[in-house]
Design a protein around this ligand. Structure first.
Ligand SMILES: [Zn+2]
Length: 171
């Protein structure tokens, strides 16, 4: 059976076209503003961060504590049950040492990005954050860490209200 799909070859721009500027270029400048509803669970989570608190949601079906909190349990297909205030510490589940910025430029000093399993949450419930006050070669999986918060007046209800997690200082 022969194909009836037409083949469109298009018009290739050659180096000669570029050199002679035989092309049309249009630039748009847009300005978009929008509002986003955080929802109940994320709203309380962010409000908690502003107060220097980390909140999770308990599911009585699977007995897990979800961090970040969700109003619906994806394992049980049911509404989660109650709020649980968690500690602002945890342990490193995994981490990555990066010498590259988000715009792909090179960093002089690396950043250490880690998944932190928050104490009081269920195993493997964690948040992605930065590690600080530790050399990359000293970081270990399972290392106990604690949150370093912005000062109260600088907190705005965002995950960046935690500046980073640092190795936990023994009490
Ligand atoms: Zn559940």
């Amino acid at each position: 059976m022969s194909s009836k799909i037409a083949k469109y070859e298009g018009t290739e721009i050659t180096p000669e076209d570029l050199r002679r500027e035989r092309y049309l270029m249009t630039t748009y400048h847009t300005s978009l503003s929008y509002a986003w509803s955080s929802g109940v669970a994320t709203g309380k989570y962010l409000a908690g961060l502003k107060e220097g608190e980390i909140w999770g949601r308990r599911c009585n079906g699977c007995e897990r504590t979800l961090v970040p909190p969700r109003m619906y349990c994806e394992q049980c297909f049911r509404a989660t049950s109650s709020w649980v205030r968690l500690e602002d510490r945890g342990k490193v589940v995994t981490y990555s040492v990066s010498y590259v910025n988000s715009d792909a430029s090179r960093r002089d000093q690396p950043i250490i990005v880690a998944v932190i399993e928050i104490a009081g949450g269920s195993p493997m419930m964690g948040i992605l954050h930065l590690l600080g006050e530790v050399a990359p070669e000293k970081v270990r999986v399972s290392m106990e860490v604690e949150a370093v918060w912005k000062s109260q007046q600088d907190r705005e209800g965002a995950i960046t209200d935690i500046v980073y997690f640092r190795p936990r200082r023994k009490e």
